[in-house]
Design a protein around this ligand. Structure first.
Ligand SMILES: [Ca+2]
Length: 125
């Protein structure tokens, strides 16, 4: 009786750790690929949005930009520069601005409320 309870607790703890580490290992590299590819500044709104660039807040659920990237990845688990380029000309959140234009303006391409000239600081060349 005691051993079976102990085994259950141990199993739950190990399962929890495996799930936690899988999540921790799976998510940050995608953000890093995005940050490196677009040279996202440390103090930019996109850097602050972090996972929110592709996800709804910090939830696993994807926003429209994340969904477009997922489609471009075609089942691959690793984000690539090619996939990022494939969705640059799209307007994922349908706010009238292409994803690349939003990224250049430091606005969120997956958030309808975030668009150049409104919430983001547009970069002038
Ligand atoms: Ca847009």
């Amino acid at each position: 009786m005691m051993t079976s309870k102990l085994f259950c607790k141990l199993l739950c703890a190990v399962s929890g750790l495996v799930l936690l580490s899988a999540t921790a290992l799976a998510l940050p590299p995608m953000g890093q690929v995005f940050t490196t590819h677009y040279k996202v500044g440390a103090k930019s709104a996109l850097k602050k949005a972090d996972c929110g660039v592709c996800h709804i807040g910090r939830q696993p659920k994807l926003n429209p930009y994340g969904e477009d990237l997922k489609a471009a990845l075609n089942g691959a688990k690793e984000l690539t520069a090619d996939a990022l380029k494939q969705v640059e000309s799209k307007d994922s959140d349908k706010d009238g601005f292409k994803n690349l234009d939003e990224i250049k303006a430091d606005t969120n391409p997956g958030d309808l409320k975030s668009k150049p000239g409104k919430t983001g600081k547009a970069r002038k060349k």
